[in-house]
Design a protein. Structure first.
Length: 202
């Protein structure tokens, strides 16, 4: 397994057998008034096998979440269990990063400009990140055990290829919508669909 960038966004990829299929289709984010948001920024798609688990992934390449302008960049990241995550401080002020997510609790303490404390994430799931110096700062790190996970920034929908045939759970998540799941069956060739999330959270 390896972690690569496509259009600057993280994708986890793994070698898969022949006769693999794919899953493609638009994703729509509906705002409270019913209007479809034009951007999928911060939306995550995760495809998990239901029939038979894939081989356990090892740590992905180190992840870097920078603090710039009192914000985390990128705001959404992907990693696998055991991955090292660094938090470079590119501002000229003190920062801190902490999480109270069960199984991935940590606190870097306050650190100086130019420093880059590191932690390892262990438990799969969503890790919420905060700064105790600047309370408006937040970011999200998805720790996944499947190679099929994408951040949908800059896209019109999801597109997974080289997927072994079988039944899968498709998980879509957005900070303003929470998570919604579907069961999909993938055969040879491309399976197509369309998926919607309601942006109802503050």
């Amino acid at each position: 397994m390896r972690r690569v960038l496509a259009n600057g966004l993280p994708i986890l990829v793994l070698a898969v057998p022949l006769l693999a299929g794919g899953l493609q289709g638009p994703v729509r984010l509906h705002e409270k008034g019913g209007k479809v948001r034009p951007s999928l920024q911060d939306c995550v798609a995760i495809l998990e096998p239901l029939d038979a688990p894939l081989a356990a992934p090892g740590p992905s390449r180190p992840v870097s979440i920078r603090t710039v302008g009192k914000q985390f960049h990128p705001r959404i990241s992907l990693a696998t269990p055991g991955t090292e995550v660094a938090f470079p401080n590119l501002d000229h002020i003190l920062h801190n990063v902490f999480s109270v997510t069960e199984g991935n609790r940590f606190d870097t303490g306050q650190y100086q400009p130019g420093d880059a404390p590191k932690v390892k994430v262990v438990r799969p799931g969503l890790v919420k990140l905060y700064c105790n110096v600047h309370h408006q700062m937040n970011a999200f790190l998805w720790v996944v055990t499947t190679p099929f996970a994408q951040v949908l920034d800059g896209r019109a929908g999801l597109a997974f290829d080289q997927v072994p045939p079988g039944a899968y759970r498709l998980r879509l998540w957005h900070p303003e919508a929470g998570e919604r799941t579907w069961t999909v069956r993938i055969g040879e060739g491309v399976t197509r669909g369309a998926w919607d999330l309601d942006l109802s959270l503050p």
